[in-house]
Design a protein around this ligand. Structure first.
Ligand code: SME
Length: 150
């Protein structure tokens, strides 16, 4: 099954309409995205809970590590730089944090609030190598932008 981004946008906008609580929004996004595509083996948010620190938020999949400093991992790089991290091969990414040894590739997208401040990162892991495309990154960044910075 491959994600239909048009349908995902429609479903998410119906499900999240009128909701402003960030955890309720994150839980709903994670659920919808995770079940939309067989490539997505772990899907979740890490939230900025204090300067330079990410803490686990809503997720689906096996357990994720609880705390990630901005200085570490793919998630830390996304939070630190504000740039999308598309990692085709986690084994050659310096500093990748392996929450599951089955993970082969990863996509992390910074999440900003309406002031443009990074409040979280959205992380998808795949057990398939080179699972993610720039089109995935663009579509998901657009969805996150509408829901969290709109
Ligand atoms: N791989 C991430 C850590 C989070 S887990 O994948 C759930 C990283 O390197 O930041």
């Amino acid at each position: 099954m491959r994600v239909d981004y048009e349908l995902l946008v429609k479903n998410l906008s119906a499900l999240t309409e009128g909701e402003t609580d960030p955890i309720a929004l994150m839980a709903t996004v994670v659920c919808e995205v995770h079940h939309s595509d067989d490539r997505f083996d772990w899907t979740g948010f890490y939230r900025v809970t204090e300067p330079g620190v990410l803490k686990i938020g809503p997720y689906q999949g096996g357990h994720g590590c609880l705390v990630i400093p901005f200085s570490r991992g793919v998630c830390g790089a996304a939070a630190r730089t504000g740039q999308i991290q598309l990692v085709p091969d986690v084994d050659v990414y310096d500093g990748h944090i392996a929450c599951a040894s089955s993970t082969k590739s990863e996509l992390v997208i910074p999440v900003c609030d309406s002031q443009g401040k990074t409040v979280a990162v959205f992380d998808i892991d795949s057990d398939r190598p080179d699972a993610f495309t720039q089109a995935d990154a663009d579509a998901l960044a657009k969805i996150l932008g509408v829901i969290f910075s709109g």
